[in-house]
Design a protein around this ligand. Structure first.
Ligand SMILES: Nc1ncnc2c1ncn2[C@@H]1O[C@H](COP(=O)(O)OP(=O)(O)OP(=O)(O)O)[C@@H](O)[C@H]1O
Length: 308
């Protein structure tokens, strides 16, 4: 019998997963998985739990939580030589990663994907900064605005969801200022003042579903977005264009693919990894080609094979 380990964050999103756990266990059992679970206790615990699941050679690890929990689980799996398949049950506030790989928001629908879907190899991001390497599945970036994803108090997210990010974003607008950076990408060099930069693996970030419209989950490339210095009015215009994926044509935006990105900065710039604080830059980003097998719906797997 195959063995599955559910790692769930009881505080994610609207805190509903635990109630559904018995149903999830029954369904996995029926599908031939002997399943056990671990409730996370705080920051970093999901990474530890995933490391233990690797040691104990589980066939499948299921991350149930928001993007923060998925990121932590991936960090416990990604540097192992044996990597169990990964299943996702999105019960967070934003769930960008689940949306990007086509996993539905309902717990039942997400279980269907794990039971009837297909485990396909997808790219994972690795970043080295402050002498350590971490992994990400969605997006990494720097610039004051990217800090809003972890400045929003989690109580407020539980209460009002996505709206909490928009409110905080508006509140931060007047304090946005450019930072001087050098960004080396696949042998090319950008130098100048930027509002933010993003290194993206998926097209779905913070509710902006077309932020990186050309991104592919399995091409071994990041979508790199650099937003150069703008004034407040230009910034708001570009943010509005970004809702429709039209920001990429704006002259303040560099949008390109790259496998390796190195960011040098002398000013303070925080690194954001999948929505959480990831230490300080400078840092180097490397795309790990098809590094982990993740369950996606059958149609999505087919789409990924044909490159649509
Ligand atoms: N028992 C716990 N109590 C408090 N915090 C926890 C606990 N377990 C995990 N955490 C922390 O909660 C953080 C955020 O959780 P997660 O990302 O899953 O949910 P979310 O914030 O509701 O959703 P999203 O990231 O999609 O906005 C995790 O990075 C983790 O460090």
């Amino acid at each position: 019998m195959k063995r599955a380990r559910i790692i769930y964050n009881p505080t994610s999103g609207r805190e509903v997963f635990k109630k559904h756990l018995p149903d999830v266990l029954i369904r996995l059992e029926q599908a031939g998985y002997e399943t056990s679970c671990h409730a996370t206790t705080g920051a970093g615990d999901a990474t530890e739990a995933a490391r233990k699941a690797v040691e104990r050679e589980f066939d499948l690890v299921i991350a149930a939580g928001g993007d923060g929990t998925i990121n932590e689980v991936v960090n416990g799996l990604a540097d192992a030589s044996y990597r169990p398949n990964l299943g996702i049950i999105p019960v967070g506030t934003t769930n960008d990663f689940a949306r990007a790989i086509g996993v539905p928001r309902s717990i039942e629908g997400a279980c269907d994907v794990i039971i009837h879907g297909e485990a396909v190899p997808i790219d994972i991001g690795a970043v080295t900064n402050e002498g350590k390497t971490h992994y990400f599945v969605n997006i990494a970036g720097g610039g004051r605005l990217t800090e809003l994803t972890y400045e929003v108090p989690s109580k407020l997210k539980t209460m009002i969801g996505q709206l909490a990010y928009y409110l905080k974003g508006i509140e931060m607008l007047p304090s946005l200022h450019p930072v001087h950076v050098k960004i080396e990408y696949d042998g090319k060099m950008f130098e100048g003042a930027v509002m933010l930069f993003l290194v993206s693996l998926t097209n779905s970030v913070g509710g902006f579903e077309k932020l990186a419209p050309n991104s592919s989950l399995n091409d071994g490339m990041f979508d790199l977005i650099i937003l150069k210095e703008t004034n407040l009015a230009e910034f708001i215009k570009i943010a509005t264009l970004a809702l429709r994926g039209e920001h990429i044509h704006d002259p303040h935006v560099i949008y390109t693919k790259a496998n390796r990105v190195k960011v040098y900065t002398e000013e303070n710039m925080q690194l954001n990894l999948d929505g959480e604080y990831g230490g300080m830059l400078p840092g180097e980003f490397v795309n790990l080609y098809r590094h982990m097998n993740v369950f996606v719906p059958k149609e999505k797997a087919e789409q990924m094979r044909t490159g649509e």
